[in-house]
Design a binder for this molecule. Structure first.
Ligand code: ADP
Length: 220
């Protein structure tokens, strides 16, 4: 694990940690392992799902941008239909991000700030795929980038898509990976870089170390 100095942390409140990296690099797995250690986790996917439900404030904007074909039978926005549109079309993806990201980030921030204000010793982990691309790295105290080789990334993305019963073709998986900025770019912003090319046990050991570093930040 690579470790660089962080900005000073405020002793009066908990730490907000952004876990980022490419698709299928292991962000959720790292967040889950940190949760097992005692971190609070904020899941942006869950917030995003909420925002796709009927009656949510972003629904009108999505309908205006992409038309009624994005709805499923129950009238919610279908993630599958949206995904099919945006992964094939850069401009559409940017438009979707422009609609979804501000309210997602706003909700996650207000939730994180509430938690760190309530408990000065806590660690709040937010799994943010586009933390760096979105220029939002200043919103967190500590940035953790999870990296893995392009080969592992592709293989794990394909395996996960099968496990989730939404299998991707190699071309689709590759398109999702290529749509992101290279992991090496993200590493430049990281305070901690976790190398997730090994087995789960190796990942777990690095998370143990990470947790020790978070505790150390609080006692400096
Ligand atoms: P992300 O949240 O970055 O998209 P995940 O944490 O979901 O990535 O990991 C992608 C997939 O790879 C998941 O199915 C996960 O179980 C698997 N995975 C993660 N780390 C490892 C590892 N070290 N060895 C094998 N599989 C892994």
């Amino acid at each position: 694990m690579i470790n660089k100095p962080t900005k000073p942390v405020d002793p009066e409140r908990g730490i907000i940690v952004g876990v980022t990296g490419g698709i299928a690099s292991g962000k959720s797995t790292v967040s889950r392992l940190l949760a097992e250690k005692g971190a609070f986790t904020i899941n942006l996917d869950e917030i995003g799902h909420e925002l796709l439900k009927r009656g949510s404030p972003v629904m009108d904007e999505l309908l205006e941008a992409f038309g009624p074909d994005i709805l499923d039978a129950s009238g919610d926005v279908s993630r599958k239909k949206l995904g099919a549109i945006v992964f094939a079309d850069n401009a559409a993806r940017e438009q979707l991000n422009a609609i979804m990201h501000p309210p997602i980030v706003q909700r996650s921030q207000s939730e994180a700030h509430r938690l760190v204000a309530d408990d000065a010793d806590c660690v709040v982990v937010i799994d943010i795929p586009l933390l760096i691309e979105g220029g939002r790295h200043h919103l967190v105290d500590v940035i953790v980038v999870v990296t893995t080789s392009p080969e592992n990334q592709l293989q794990r993305l394909l395996e996960r898509s099968i496990e989730e019963s939404r299998p991707l073709s190699v071309e689709e998986a590759q398109a999702r990976i290529s749509a992101q900025i290279p992991l090496s770019e993200k590493e430049k912003f990281a305070h901690f870089v976790i190398d997730n090319n090994g087995a789960f046990e190796e990942l777990s050991r690095q998370v143990d170390q990470l947790w020790i570093e978070f505790r150390r930040l609080k006692t400096l």
